[in-house]
Design a protein around this ligand. Structure first.
Ligand SMILES: Cc1cc2nc3c(=O)[nH]c(=O)nc-3n(C[C@H](O)[C@H](O)[C@H](O)COP(=O)(O)OP(=O)(O)OC[C@H]3O[C@@H](n4cnc5c(N)ncnc54)[C@H](O)[C@@H]3O)c2cc1C
Ligand code: FES
Length: 263
């Protein structure tokens, strides 16, 4: 599907965790076309002095209702301003942008979401659940209140995802990388190793998980959330160093083969 520039309406916009907000947008054209891994580039209204769009992954899409959900973390001016958007307000989206995840059609998959990185993996998880492959999920967050995607994953999987919190308020205490290491090891010992790992979250987490997957001989993909200006491949503000040279996260990614990224 080609790029659409769609004027969409805010349906709801609520705080769901510490610095975490969920915005539901009435965006029927983008909802119908977007694929797991792709993102939208949002022109935040009433922000005339800041003309750059902000890129966001789609957490959930509902094709029938024509809506997309964006889970966003408040980190700066744009995302702080987004919290003030009211139901009924209009904004402009370009999408769907970027490359998709490439899970295997069959076999065993492991998805690893750190912080708000749990959101861009949810549509991928849905597509794997609907396929002949199987999927396990590891989620990490600073604290229990920030594990805002946990219930939705549990409902989809029919089981709790494996969770870790930095402060030990839920699941394993510490970083979720120990859960990833254990899952890879256990699967190999059971004689049913993973065929694919997908990871999204802070870059240090992705780098560690990419290394663990490489050590285990498992194909791994990462979603590189680089700062973006144009979002359409023209400005080179989002480059990722790869073994094949510099690539643009907005159009060559954001999903990359982790084995090709020069960390
Ligand atoms: C493909 C893609 C998908 C994304 N999906 C999501 C998502 O689903 N939910 C979400 O909360 N965020 C997501 N992000 C990150 C989001 O775009 C930024 O957090 C947002 O643009 C920051 O805008 P701001 O005006 O609030 O921050 P600014 O005021 O511009 O910057 C504030 C701080 O945020 C950091 N920052 C800015 N842009 C990014 C970025 N792209 N990645 C990481 N740090 C950044 C800056 O380094 C700075 O420290 C995604 C980014 C990309 C590239
Ligand atoms: S944001 Fe301009 S090339 Fe990627």
């Amino acid at each position: 599907m080609g790029l659409i520039n769609e004027t969409v309406q805010v349906v709801s916009n609520q705080q769901v965790g510490p610095r975490l907000h969920l915005m539901v947008l009435d965006a029927p054209a983008i909802a119908a076309g977007i694929q797991p891994g792709q993102f939208v580039h949002m022109k935040v209204p009433r922000m005339e002095a800041h003309i750059l769009r902000r890129p966001f992954s789609v957490y959930v899409r509902d094709v029938e209702a024509g809506t997309i959900d964006i889970l966003y973390q408040v980190v700066g001016f744009g995302t702080d301003h987004m919290t003030s958007l009211q139901p009924g307000e209009e904004c402009e989206l370009i999408g769907p942008v970027g490359a998709v995840w490439n899970p295997p059609a069959q076999g065993r998959c492991l998805l690893v979401g750190g912080g708000v990185g749990a959101a861009p993996l949810f549509m991928l998880c849905e597509s794997i659940v609907a396929s002949d492959a199987s999927v396990d999920v590891v989620l990490g967050a600073q604290t229990e209140a920030a594990l805002v995607c946990r219930d939705r994953y549990a409902k989809l999987l029919g089981d709790e995802p494996r969770c870790a919190t930095d402060d030990g308020t839920y699941g394993r205490a510490g970083f979720c990388t120990s859960l990833v290491q254990e899952a890879l090891q256990q699967a190999a010992e059971e004689g049913a190793p993973y065929d694919y790992v997908a990871v999204c979250g802070p870059e240090p987490l992705m780098k560690i998980v990419a290394g663990l997957a490489a050590d285990a001989g498992v194909r791994c993909e990462v979603s590189m959330e680089k700062r973006m200006a144009c979002g359409i491949g023209a400005c080179l503000s989002c480059v990722v160093d790869t073994v094949d040279g510099k690539k643009r996260a907005c159009v060559d990614g954001p999903v990359f083969d982790a084995g090709k990224v020069v960390w």
